[in-house]
Design a protein around this ligand. Structure first.
Ligand code: BES
Ligand code: ZN
Length: 466
């Protein structure tokens, strides 16, 4: 067991209970166990109120709404007496098409523009080229034509490229049978700005199959594909970094613990749970820990542009020296930690293996009679840390709620109980590491090279799909 049972210095009790009435009716010289003190100090109402405030509108990275959230977070960290930095960074952000249409003989067929599609307005004959593999287009002259392609086997970008090489001016990809609702259009991504060599849209399986039938009956089909507003623009986003220095009577460990979340949200979603919940919990943990004696530095960070491919966390990790990276012994990422409609709390590491974070949090949970299993998942800001050999894990409820990335991700779905549990576990685990009474963690060698920066980060779901 990592945690040593012992009594806590009275100064710590004072730091945490300042202003409070006599919550701890104990003997004068006997303090309650530290976990109890921490649990009492956390106020679910504070977290809830911050989520409410942050989720009044979507906080899309690079917009005024993000700037507003960043200022709020910065002020709040400063009000706890923490040294606070705002790290601005620029990146190329993709803005989806504002208008898309597909019509055949003047009648509209529902369609979705693929991410990174080129814009255009073309009317031409439709030609069916199966899966759109090189051998499918080899003997077909697509000059000036629109290619109709079946989903599957190769990436959307490869299909488009193969068709364009043979002269196609646009591509229409129809869904695989049973890959979704056969009557609904589907969306996807080409995976990068350089892949948008012509307009490309997704339509339903049934709509596509009907067109194939007509073409195979030798009917000439004239179609119009129109895409507008798809573009890549350079925008500025921010990370907010609040540092609580190591300060106690004990010698410093020269180690760093990070507690993080992302403050941005996707377009159209207020992001109460994703991830105002993690941001507000990080703020509350900063509040209760700001004055605690620790022999280890604690950094509270909210990242920007997570939803654009973990851009802020890559930027932050990239800004640290190898020496500094080597000092980080644990990175706790809080993302989607308050939904009443999601499953139980889990910890996810990128490789699926336990590490300092899952060990300490697992033990903290046990001390409160909770069980928090770990598993394997990327998809959040713990990934760049993992890639830089830092022990990191994502705290999230699994399965996720149905409101994920929708306009329904609002404050009324937030559970104070869920917030309280994750806040308690993470605070207790982080303090256990930073506690002057616990030894420093063993030194760790950095096995991997520091992560490399690229203009547009691709990860997981952004990976081109076939
Ligand atoms: N909060 C989610 C991460 C998430 C969602 C993890 C559901 C596990 C289950 C995060 O904000 C997100 O949406 N991430 C993106 C990936 C990112 C690299 C753009 C995603 O999962 O699509
Ligand atoms: Zn998220």
């Amino acid at each position: 067991m990592i945690f040593n049972k012992r009594f806590v210095p009275l100064c710590l009790v004072a730091a945490l209970t300042a202003g409070a009435t006599s919550v701890y009716a104990r003997e004068k010289d006997e303090a309650p166990p530290i976990d109890q003190i921490i649990a009492k100090a956390i106020k679910a109402d504070n977290i809830y109120d911050d989520i409410k405030r942050l989720s009044k509108q979507p906080r899309v990275s690079g917009t005024n709404a993000e700037d507003k959230a960043v200022k709020y977070i910065e002020k709040k960290f400063e009000s706890f007496g923490l040294d606070t930095d705002v790290q601005a960074f620029q990146f190329k952000k993709y803005f989806g098409a504002s208008e898309v249409s597909f019509s055949v003989d003047g009648s509209e067929i529902p369609s979705i523009a693929l991410d990174y599609t080129a814009n255009g307005d073309v009317t031409a004959e439709l030609v069916y080229v199966g899966l759109g593999k090189p051998e499918d287009v080899e003997d077909v002259d697509l000059t000036g034509k629109i290619a109709l392609i079946r989903r599957g086997d190769i990436t959307f970008a490869e299909k488009l490229e193969n068709a364009v090489k043979k002269g196609a001016v646009a591509a229409v990809i129809f869904n695989r049978q049973g890959a979704g609702d056969d009557d609904e259009p589907f969306g996807g991504t080409l995976g990068g700005a350089d892949k948008g060599v012509a307009p490309v849209i997704g339509i339903s399986y049934n709509a596509g199959q009907e067109l194939v039938d007509r073409l195979e009956a030798n009917e000439a089909v004239i179609a119009n594909v129109k895409v507008e507003g798809s573009e890549v623009r350079t925008v500025t986003s921010h990370n907010v970094i609040a540092t609580k220095p190591a300060k106690s009577d004990a010698p410093e460990t020269d180690q760093i613990v990070i507690i993080g979340a992302h403050h941005d949200s996707v377009d159209g979603a207020p992001g109460a749970n994703d991830d105002a919940s993690g941001t507000a919990t990080t703020l509350e943990l900063a509040r209760i820990m700001a004055k605690m004696p620790t022999d280890t530095e604690i950094r509270f960070i909210t990242f920007g542009a997570e939803e654009d491919g973990l851009v802020g966390s890559y930027e932050y990790v990239d800004s640290l020296s190898r020496d500094e990276l080597g000092k980080i012994v644990a990175m706790f990422q809080l993302d989607m930690v308050g939904s009443r409609d999601a499953g139980d709390l889990k910890m996810f590491t990128v490789d699926g293996n336990p590490n300092n974070v899952t060990d300490y949090a697992g033990e903290a949970a046990e001390r409160f009679d909770w069980e928090v299993p770990y598993g394997q998942e990327g998809r959040s800001d713990h990934v760049p840390f993992y890639e830089a050999s830092v022990p990191a894990a994502l705290f999230i409820h699994d399965p996720v709620e149905p409101w994920y990335h929708t306009p329904e991700d609002t404050i009324d779905k937030i559970s104070k109980e869920k917030l309280m549990q994750v806040a308690t576990i993470v605070a207790s685990a982080a303090y256990n590491i930073a506690d002057p009474n616990t030894p420093a963690l063993p030194e760790r060698t950095i096995k991997k090279a520091k992560v490399k920066k690229s203009d547009i980060k691709l990860f997981d779901k952004e990976k081109p799909e076939e």
